[in-house]
Design a protein around this ligand. Structure first.
Ligand code: ATP
Ligand code: MG
Length: 654
């Protein structure tokens, strides 16, 4: 991947807003570099020091044992993850709010650290009475209710491995994941709420279990009160178990490398992989990045109110709604439902109500908010915000600037955080008080992370050239294996380019060493011998004032090799016309070069996405290739075509 069109690299750096910088943990780029170099020169010394932020029952003897690709971090050390997230805060922060929970219908609950601790202990005891032991796997299929983090922490407390399956997945997806992990217990709910409708989780779980012979007990939270089928002896109500359980539950000491959870990746590129994370290294990665990336204040009089909008079904919810913030004694907001229910200003209402100071959301969500228009936002007081974050996909510079101005009022730094389910914690991101940002770039690696952009032979590419993003050294929160498939772990991540971790993402470095993640390696388009990234063209489209979101794919073309097909969602109130289509084609040609001029621009009300909000370009490639597209049709793209394709490809790929 040598050729490129350097257009996204021209952005001028934006200095950290001064007010923010004054109180930040790390206040200058020089300071960042000092920490970075210290970590680079002596990684084990660095991580050994960082590991002191965990509360150990027994101190580790050795920081790292590295037998590529297998890492053991903090050998000899013993700790309990739930103790680190709850018990150790009780003396000082027992009365502090750990969680504000808001239901979609407006109901609100709050839990102090002491209350959350008691609930976790009770449910941990309940799990013990069901025969769950350390090392056993418990599947979790739940809506975004407080019992979900409670279930996770209860598993962690007794050393059980949780495997959360996002509550939007189908029976087949759930059954696949239960089967892969051979879980004997499933925790679910009678249902959940989404846009006012009941999502029948128990029904779906029942269907899944028909093909899951390993499941012995099903614990059901009563959330909706709807009637559900009940299998005597197998199904148990959560509240009945909890009522009977004691609030005293010891937190045993587990090895640093004791498995904590399995989580399947989004499946954007193929069959989902069961990523295995273990205890100490993972927790350290979450805790450390909460402090540096979110600059979290959790021990002063003006503590942050922190809101990560991700579902706990995804890694972002695991690391940055449960483990990272709670290990740091933060006050978190958790919201059950959709951002447009009852209206499109639900998020801004929540921020105003709880005085949220840190908002962490996805690039996709930002583009949706931008499409909905600013009127929903300006009627709310968002002055409590001091820091914004994004994750999940490259954020197009236009969406970045909109986020900065309209949501952040030009005073909140944005941390564009690059990481993966596999990395466990944020790997590349600005430090908000120190790193000048460039819209669309995740900027610089975290201290302790050695990232590179290389050719398939592992040689560094020149600034501005596209290459493969790799990580050179092991890091504490890295995945330990693919559950049940260590060969795949080696093959997918460690042998593509020997000796380094292969991320699967394409990227460029600019002259300042900033990383520009361009998307997945598979999303690179080759037109007439030139390699273009879908991200570059999408960003060009999103920089047009009529466009809210765009997805760009290639379809085979006899003359050019590949032809560029754009799927475009317009901002609210903009009409899709033949003229606009032509204007968008021209806009791309002017912004990037005529080589990037699209062969087709199709308007779509919505783009097909994974359940975690990532655009399914793979699906769109098929629509572009086989969808019977010809000539200049001004009709809107029929979304049912995409829906049918999605259904035909199987439920994991919705
Ligand atoms: P699968 O691996 O099964 O295809 P997935 O990669 O979509 O699924 P995740 O681990 O949730 O599953 O997503 C990680 C990916 O998301 C990264 O590899 C990258 O492509 C993208 N990503 C995440 N954050 C950013 C970011 N800040 N900028 C650019 N891309 C990002
Ligand atoms: Mg991936």
């Amino acid at each position: 991947m040598q050729e490129f069109d350097p257009h996204v690299l021209e952005e001028k750096p934006i200095a950290p807003p001064a007010e923010f910088q004054k109180r930040a943990r790390v206040q200058t780029l020089e300071e960042y570099k000092k920490i970075y170099d210290r970590a680079k020169d002596d990684p084990e010394g660095f991580w050994g020091e960082q590991a002191k932020m965990l509360d150990w029952f027994e101190r580790p003897q050795k920081v790292l044992e590295w037998d590529l690709p297998h890492a053991k971090w903090f050998s000899g050390g013993k700790l309990n993850v739930a103790h680190n997230c709850l018990d150790r805060h009780l003396a000082k922060n027992g009365k502090k709010v750990a969680l504000y929970w808001e239901a979609e219908d407006g109901k609100r609950l709050k839990f102090t650290y002491a209350e959350l601790h008691a609930r976790v202990c009770k449910f941990a005891n309940a799990l013990l009475t069901l025969g769950v032991k350390a090392g056993d796997c418990v599947a979790v299929y739940m809506p975004m209710i407080p019992e979900l983090p409670i279930a996770l922490l209860a598993c962690a407390r007794i050393g059980a491995i949780h495997s959360v399956v996002f509550g939007g997945f189908s029976a087949v997806s759930l059954a696949d994941r239960i089967g892969d992990a051979k879980a004997k217990w499933l925790i679910t709910a009678d249902g959940g709420y989404r846009r006012g409708h009941v999502v029948p989780l128990k029904d779906t779980a029942d269907k899944a279990i028909e093909s899951c012979p390993t499941i012995e007990k099903v614990v059901v939270v009563k959330r909706t009160g709807e009637k559900v089928a009940w299998k005597q002896g197998r199904d148990l109500w959560w509240h009945e178990l909890e009522e009977k359980a004691s609030a005293k539950c010891p937190a045993p000491a587990f090895d640093a490398e004791h498995p904590l959870y399995i989580l399947y990746t989004s499946g954007t590129t193929g069959k989902p992989k069961g990523v295995l994370h273990t205890s100490a290294g993972y927790l350290l990665g979450c805790m450390y990045t909460m402090q540096l990336v979110f600059d979290l204040r959790a021990d002063s009089r003006d503590d942050d109110v922190y809101w990560c909008t991700a579902d706990i079904g995804w890694v972002t919810g695991h690391s940055y709604l449960v483990y990272g913030p709670l290990a740091n004694a933060a006050t978190c907001v958790m919201y059950e439902g959709a951002p447009d229910f009852p209206k499109r200003d639900r998020f801004w209402e929540i921020i105003e109500r709880y005085k949220v100071s840190i908002l962490y959301s996805s690039a996709t969500a930002v583009r949706a908010f931008m499409a909905w228009g600013n009127d929903w936002i300006t009627k709310h007081d968002l002055s409590s915000l001091r820091l914004l974050g994004t994750v999940g996909e490259p954020i197009n510079p236009a969406a970045w600037k909109w986020y900065f101005e309209v949501i952040g009022g030009n005073r909140c730094p944005i941390v564009d955080t690059w990481w993966q389910t596999e990395t466990g914690a944020i790997m590349i991101s600005p430090l908000p008080g120190a790193t000048p940002t460039k819209p669309g770039s995740a900027t610089l690696p975290m201290p302790g992370v050695i990232s590179r952009v290389v050719t398939m032979k592992g040689e560094a590419v020149k600034p501005g050239e596209t290459g493969y993003l790799v990580i050179e050294k092991p890091w504490p929160s890295m995945l330990r294996t693919i559950y049940g498939d260590d060969e795949r772990f080696k093959r997918d991540y460690w042998t593509r380019i020997p000796g380094v971790y292969f991320t699967g993402d394409a990227a460029q470095l600019d002259a300042d060493g900033y990383t520009w993640v361009l998307g997945r390696v598979d999303d690179v388009i080759k037109v007439a011998g030139h390699r273009l990234s879908s991200m570059e063209i999408e960003s060009a489209l999103v920089s047009h004032p009529s466009v809210a979101e765009a997805a760009v794919v290639a379809r085979p073309d006899e003359i050019k090799g590949e032809a560029i097909v754009c799927f475009v969602t317009l901002r609210s109130g903009i009409e899709p016309t033949r003229e606009l289509r032509a204007a968008l084609g021209e806009h791309v040609a002017v912004t990037i070069g005529t080589i990037a001029r699209p062969s087709e621009v199709r308007f779509a009300d919505l783009l097909p996405k994974t359940r975690s909000g990532k655009i399914m370009r793979r699906l769109l490639r098929e629509v572009a290739e086989k969808g019977g597209v010809s000539g200049d049709t001004t009709t809107l793209e029929d979304l049912s075509v995409i829906a049918k394709l999605a259904a035909a490809k199987g439920t994991d790929e919705e």
